[in-house]
Design a protein around this ligand. Structure first.
Ligand SMILES: [Zn+2]
Length: 144
């Protein structure tokens, strides 16, 4: 009996399933490919992560409005380990906190910058990428 070699199993990257108000955040990004941020319908305050009530005026009325995604790198973590083996070829990668021009901060994955050259204050743009019908991964790219 000959021994056959099996192809290595292909790892699939885990895709979260957001619910409730977090799902409301992802749906317009999936549908349009543009980042949308929650905004109070009463006073106009931008907020993220999404909340049921406005922290400024306590209104329960809100919408998710498109934003440019432009901002600056506020904080970062260089990841040398991943619990999801599907990401092993991406290590090391940078998890970025971006302060948007509108004010709120969002978390995404930085690409296009070597990890030893990334620095706070970098001008970036956040772009969602649909992963299925209910979740958008957020990429962070440097503005050149
Ligand atoms: Zn408000």
């Amino acid at each position: 009996m000959s021994e056959q070699t099996q192809p290595a199993p292909v790892a699939k990257k885990y895709v979260p399933r957001p619910e409730g108000i977090n799902l409301e955040f992802h749906l317009p990004a999936v549908a349009t490919g543009m980042l949308h941020i929650q905004r109070c319908s009463a006073c106009g305050t931008w907020r993220h992560p999404p909340r049921w009530y406005c922290p400024s005026c306590h209104s329960p009325d809100y919408s998710f409005e498109p934003v440019s995604g432009r901002g600056t790198l506020y904080s970062l973590a260089i990841n040398h380990f991943t619990v999801d083996r599907a990401w092993i070829e991406e290590v090391p990668f940078v998890t970025a906190v971006v302060e948007l021009e509108e004010g709120p901060r969002v978390v995404g994955s930085l690409r296009g910058v070597p990890v030893d050259q990334v620095d706070i204050g970098l001008a970036v743009v956040v772009t969602p990428e649909a992963r299925g019908d209910e979740f958008a991964f957020l990429w962070v790219d440097p503005v050149r």
